[in-house]
Ligand binder design. Sequence first.
Ligand code: ZN
Length: 143
Amino acid sequence: MNPDYFMRQALNEGRKARGICGDNPPVGCVLVSNGLIVSRGHTGRPGEHHAEAMALANLQEGLNDISAYVTLEPCSFQGRTPSCAKALVESGIKSVFVGIIDPDPRNNGAGIQLLEAAGVAVTVGLLAADVEHDLGPYLLLNK
Ligand SMILES: [Zn+2]
């Protein structure tokens, strides 16, 4: 299956966060194993799960060789919730596909570095124009 297909599913997932995620970006995430989507997540209310954390929480145990598709770079810092980049590393995920880098100065590449330092294969820029469109208001805030 084409990586764009899974990023499109992550975009659809992120749209579910609109109107509930407060000042957080409406991010979507899907987890893929053996060419199948095995879990989905989107940004919850402020202080609740981020997209990646929700997808990991919904993941069945015992699956391996999992890839994550996330519209925005996973967060590297502890804010109102724990770092998603760290949670992905701890889950043993093998590869992460990211739409765009997070312009928030607290992140801005640090999430990617954290993943790569742990040996996770990271690909950035998948469907970037679509992600920028969906995250427009958030990107304007962080210009
Ligand atoms: Zn996060």
